[in-house]
Ligand binder design. Sequence first.
Ligand SMILES: *Cc1c(COP(=O)(O)O)cnc(C)c1O
Length: 396
Amino acid sequence: MTASMPHVMNTYGRLPIALSHGRGCRVWDTEGRRYLDGLGGIAVNTLGHAHPKLLAELTDQMGKLIHCSNYYENPLQEALGAKLAELSGLSAAFFCSTGLEANEAALKIARKAGHDRGIERPEVIVFEKAFHGRSIATLSATGNPKVQEGFGPLVEGFIRVPFNDIEALRAHSANRNITAVFLETIQGEGGINPARWDYLREVRALCDANGWLLMLDEVQCGIGRTGKWFAHQWAGIVPDVMPLAKGLGSGVPIGAVVVGPKALNVFGPGNHGTTFGGNPLSMRAGIATLKIMEEDGVMANAAAVGAHLKSALQRELAGVDGVKEVRGEGLMLGIELTRPCGAILTRAMQAGLLLSVTADTVVRLVPPLILTQDEADEIVALLVPVIKTFLSEAAA
Ligand SMILES: *Cc1c(COP(=O)(O)O)cnc(C)c1O
């Protein structure tokens, strides 16, 4: 419990402000202070805050039907499934409400695909520094010991290998129990670590050669954030299974696992389900998010403004002692420092900028995809002095 929230369990290290409302890429706290939103609710608020078109769609839907049940056909699920299939080149989706649920569905597909082939103990290859969620199965797939500590025994059936190292993966080719390779196209919580595009192509080929499902967790990097609908499209490949969530509903909770032909018929009636998954309100949020992104060129904006922001940060931080690298794609950017920098959270907030620090040493920017070039310049103007001051003090 924290001093101001004694009736809420103490699971987050919270900053001492409460946000009351937002508009576009700006948010205000309950004291009336204004912030530029460089976090977007952790890559969730694709269309920023109070987007007029999204608001109209959601209001309309709330007046019709918020929730029904998966006992019935649901045309909005079909509409969003068809749109995701069109954008990804995959076949169909299962809908849920969060990222970990999408990953949980993917892991169940990996296991069931094995059992369907007579493999009694299916195994899934996972990666160092991966993050897949905080349920018992997804934290077991996660590669961060801090996430796992205190929650053993972990779920078995995972083999962990280093990221971006094709030989480490190839070394498991003889293991007949493996049914899937599961990775983030760009590791988010692990510190904004992109898979190399040539590595992804090699992983795809290895999965094909070995009969493994390629499962790409695009919960954070998907939905236009990197300037493609899905980050793996930069590598020109298509996965077999793709969990999505975060940005898909612009803030309305929604998750999806999208599958191609090799995974399409693994689940049948009774194999998987969820009460809230696919509810009309979240489907409408997903459909509207993708539609508005197309109408307003939001993905192209993420690519252009992201490239502008990245090069401005690289220019302003070039040669600064303690800055290791500015990296990422589109509006999923990380600034790696040579030392832990959690203190930057508070200082940036005091300067009027919301962001996050991940993997201890990486300042992460995942703002709404409607960020303008002027707002990107403002992020640079606010953030660079904070980083420079932090580093000079830490060095002293
Ligand atoms: C956030 C995240 C998850 C977990 O999503 P939740 O909605 O918090 O359960 C899983 N995978 C990745 C890559 C994420 O960034």
